[in-house]
Write a protein that binds this ligand. Structure first.
Ligand code: KIV
Length: 270
């Protein structure tokens, strides 16, 4: 059951949910069929993440995905979602050059997809960018801690905010909030630090590998539901084994075709 009681989730509901202590549920989505199911399940936020580069397009990192590729995925999700807030990642290379470039990319995504918000990776260094997009009338979700677009600079998927890093993380969270973001993703952060940041700011924190005390949780659906059969991070809970089910189904189909037992008479036209 959803933490947000609304026919259509809007960014203001994130503030209300945080104030009421109602946890916000979020999943990634990149296509109409998964979006329809997650929406029906009452998931509050669907993120068209640039993780599409990994889990849909099979690429090693998220860096190569483009605005136009993101738009194809986002259009499908927006068409299917009736209730959930749809947020689209600004991909690497589409916002770093200047706030003008960021506004232009965000406007293109909003115009062409009908999504309700964009997500931008980065903290203090992205405050001006976030502020420019918000000033253009586009809601922004921040993303701090481990930011996959900077994985080469960060030395891989490494936990952020440990030791003296906690101060930087708090500074980042405050900067994202002051810039006007309506929520912020905290990725791969020690649980106690994520809890501290969550208490410290008024916007909702959405955790992924950030412990139980953030205002909401997000997972990449292929990881959580076992469609991704590779080893996943420690923070992923596996709710289903869709990859194994699909493998069994595909094998059964191949066997039936080999044995000429498919199609049967009732699956054929007279
Ligand atoms: O792209 C993505 O899937 C994300 C989540 C990990 C939050 O940014």
């Amino acid at each position: 059951m959803s933490g947000i009681d609304a026919k259509r989730v809007r960014t203001r509901h994130f503030f209300e949910a945080k104030a009421a202590g109602s946890p916000i549920s979020a999943l990634t989505s990149y296509d109409a069929m998964s979006a329809r199911i997650f929406d029906e399940a009452g998931i509050d936020m669907l993120l068209v993440g640039d993780s599409a580069a990994n889990v849909v397009l099979g690429r090693e990192t998220t860096l190569s995905i483009t605005v136009d590729e993101m738009i194809v995925f986002a259009k499908a999700v927006v068409l299917a979602a009736r209730r959930a807030l749809v947020v689209v990642d600004l991909p690497f290379g589409s916002y770093e050059i200047s706030p003008e470039q960021a506004v232009s990319s965000a406007v293109k995504i909003m115009k062409e997809t009908g999504a309700q918000a964009v997500k931008v990776e980065g903290g203090v260094e992205r405050a001006e960018t976030i502020s420019a997009i918000v000033t253009a009338g586009i809601p922004v979700c921040g993303h701090i801690g481990f930011t996959p677009q900077s994985e080469h600079a960060l030395g891989g998927p490494v936990i952020q905010g440990r030791g003296s890093g906690a101060e930087n993380l708090t500074r980042d969270a405050r900067a994202v909030e002051a810039a006007g973001a309506f929520a912020v993703v905290l990725e791969m952060v020690p649980a106690v630090i994520a809890a501290q940041v969550t208490r410290d700011i008024e916007i909702a924190t959405i955790g992924i590998g950030a412990g139980p005390d953030t205002d909401g949780q997000i997972l990449v659906w292929q990881d959580a539901f076992g469609f991704n059969r590779a080893k996943t991070a420690r923070f992923v809970r596996h709710y289903a084994n869709l990859g194994d089910s699909l493998l069994d189904a595909a094998r059964a189909y191949a066997d039936d075709v080999s044995a000429r037992s498919f199609p049967a008479a009732e699956e054929s036209y007279e």
